[in-house]
Design a protein. Structure first.
Length: 90
């Protein structure tokens, strides 16, 4: 794989970086990120065709900052949005 290659390993050592990757074929190693990107693709990206990279970037930013982090209901918050969860907690 590109992240396990000798060139990549040398680059990391030369730049004092600690390479980190999950085990091959095990999506459970990074389940939170996998779940987020699955939601992003299913709820936003697959429903649209972007004419430019800038439009895609702006729409994805909107999804994350306006919808996902504020309004979208999350199962780990008991099925409420982050905003509703914060209001109930304060």
């Amino acid at each position: 794989s590109q992240y396990g290659s000798d060139d990549w390993q040398r680059f990391c050592r030369a730049n004092n970086l600690a390479p980190s990757m999950s085990r091959r074929g095990n999506c459970w190693d990074n389940a939170v990120a996998e779940s987020f990107f699955s939601s992003l693709k299913k709820e936003r990206i697959r429903k649209r065709i972007y004419k430019t990279r800038d439009l895609a970037r702006a729409d994805i930013f909107d999804y994350i900052e306006v919808f996902y982090n504020r309004a979208r209901r999350h199962s780990h918050l008991g099925g409420v949005s982050p905003e509703a969860f914060e209001q109930a907690s304060s």
